[in-house]
Ligand binder design. Structure first.
Ligand SMILES: [Zn+2]
Length: 526
């Protein structure tokens, strides 16, 4: 007797190679127990999936969801990715994390990263990786996968200091990296435009990557865009790969005139993958618009700096130039979250003109009044046609996987958070025809599972965990828009995690079957 049989559906197995096929799928004790043809009385529960597609639960390798997953009081955010079928979500995107820190340090790091997580009551500090990971079992509807968080590791060893690490400090950081790897981390993850890791030398990154190489983990990075520029930052990452002998993964990237040739150059020489969310806008905190020196130090240091008259004048002029609309600049900055909740969803330019202020001054004022780390959506200067061309080149690239970079707090966000995966099928498969449905699913399941060593996930095969998404391939679509970024997707019938239904008819069931998945439990797909 099976626990559940799903009948009448079409299975996409996650390999990207096998065409979709008609079969019933049986689930027993949290695992896919059989694929074939079964009588309706063979299981305690039978689900009719006639006309629908059954795929492995989707895996998001870059998503700022880990705090939202734990919070019953934030149901919209908690289920933002799961309602798209994302059953496994990686921790520590951009190297963010809060373990190893004392109360004071953690509260500063929390303020710094609050743009990505929102406010939360954290309880006592987490001295080690295992303490932090113990939050998840029994408390999350989706699975989580640890990555090594570079930010708190550097902060624990060096505070917010804006300098290179000594050999001793690198050695101490290496011990904390090893602690995360022992706890199951699949990648060393960093965000080199963020503090305090913006001051990590390439040698520090190589040394810490070597620890990851030995464990069989990879290097995943938000590269040093702000400091080096995109092309040089890609080259620095290539160097890290070669000197540490580590496979590399680029966070939130696209294929265009800069990266296309770099990917060609790496082919056959450097082991590269990257992920994309496929929208013509980015999303991060406002202080990122300032030069790196102005962002140095913790939140208090930044506020203090902004109140110095001479520095303020210099930064106001810098931001005035950087934020004034021109061909080289973001087309529009929209306020997504801040402390007061004022002006959410409005553009910074509109707020400035309402206050009769130049935009540089309005930006500085917002950082002082609110927080240097107000969450902003940065619209790129790109026509719809240019964006579609870029999506076509990106999603069809063999090294590409889909990941949202989603943010799940507050009343306004980037629509990628609630629509990225559904959009990739609607736009990439149905509208552009850039990839087949099987390839698109592979880029959301088998590919990230194999690259990041996500144990027993990513494939619809007997013996794999029963993480599943059932959707209508003809109608699945993103509902989130620039104006209504929290709207859920459509066309997704059911989502299962570890054999339990977590979403039925697009509504969460309230079950919390998520587990922590460790690298050590991974085996290569047969
Ligand atoms: Zn990032």
């Amino acid at each position: 007797m099976f626990d559940t049989v799903i009948t009448g559906g079409t299975i996409i197995d996650g390999t990207g190679r096998r065409p979709a096929f008609r079969a019933d799928l049986a689930v027993t004790e949290g695992k896919i127990s059989a694929i074939g043809a079964f009588e309706s009385d063979a299981a305690r529960e039978t689900i009719d999936a006639t006309g629908l597609t059954i795929a492995p639960g989707l895996i998001d390798v870059h998503i700022h969801s880990e705090i939202a997953l734990l919070l019953a009081g934030n149901p919209v955010g908690r289920y933002g990715a799961l309602r798209q079928g994302v059953t496994t979500q990686l921790l520590a995107p951009d190297g963010f994390g809060w373990a190893h820190l004392d109360d004071q340090q953690r509260s500063e790091m929390w303020q710094y990263t609050e743009f990505s997580t929102g406010k939360a009551d954290l309880g006592p500090p987490w001295p080690g990786a295992a303490d932090y990971l113990s939050l998840f079992p029994g408390n999350t509807p989706a699975n989580v996968v640890p990555q090594v968080p570079h930010l708190p590791i550097r902060q624990a060893v060096m505070g917010w200091e804006s300098r290179e690490a000594t050999d001793r400090e690198v050695a101490r950081m290496g011990e904390l990296v090893a602690e995360w790897l022992d706890a199951g981390a699949v990648a060393f993850n960093t965000g080199l435009d963020y503090q305090p890791v913006a001051y990590a030398s390439t040698e520090e990154l190589i040394a810490l990557s070597r620890v990851a190489t030995e464990a069989g983990a990879i290097y995943a990075a938000h590269i040093r865009y702000g400091i080096l520029g995109r092309e040089e930052a890609w080259r620095e990452t290539f160097r890290i790969s070669q000197e540490a002998g580590i496979p590399i993964h680029f966070s939130h990237e696209n294929v265009d005139g800069i990266t296309g040739p770099l990917l060609d150059e790496a082919a056959g020489r450097i082991d590269v993958t990257f992920e994309s969310y496929n929208y013509a806008a980015g999303c991060t905190h406002l202080a990122q618009m300032m030069p790196t020196w102005a962002q140095a130090g913790g939140p208090d240091a930044v506020i203090e700096r902004l109140q110095d008259t001479a520095i303020r004048a210099e930064l106001t002029a810098y931001l005035e130039d950087r934020l004034t609309v021109s061909d080289q600049r973001p087309a529009k900055l929209v306020i997504a979250a801040n402390q007061s909740g004022r002006d959410i969803g409005r553009s910074l330019a509109d707020v400035a003109s309402e206050r009769s202020q130049p935009i540089g001054e309005a930006a500085i004022e917002m950082m002082i009044e609110e927080h240097p780390y107000a969450l902003m959506v940065f619209h790129r200067r790109m026509s719809d046609e240019e964006n579609r061309e870029r999506v076509r080149a990106t999603i069809s690239h063999p090294a590409m996987m889909v990941a949202s970079d989603g943010i799940y707090h507050g009343t306004f966000s980037h629509p990628r958070s609630y629509g990225c995966f559904a959009q990739a099928i609607r736009l990439g498969v149905r509208e552009l025809g850039a990839v087949s449905l099987e390839e698109a699913v592979h880029k959301m399941t088998g590919k990230p599972a194999t690259r990041f060593k996500v144990a027993n996930r990513g494939f619809c095969k007997e013996g794999y965990a029963a993480d599943l998404v059932i959707f209508d391939a003809a109608t699945i679509a993103d509902g989130s828009t620039w104006e209504a970024p929290l709207a859920p997707p459509t066309g997704i019938a059911r989502v299962m995690v570890n054999g339990e239904w977590v979403v039925v008819d697009n509504e969460p069931t309230g079950r919390l079957p998520g587990q922590v998945l460790r690298r050590q439990d991974w085996t290569p797909p047969a």
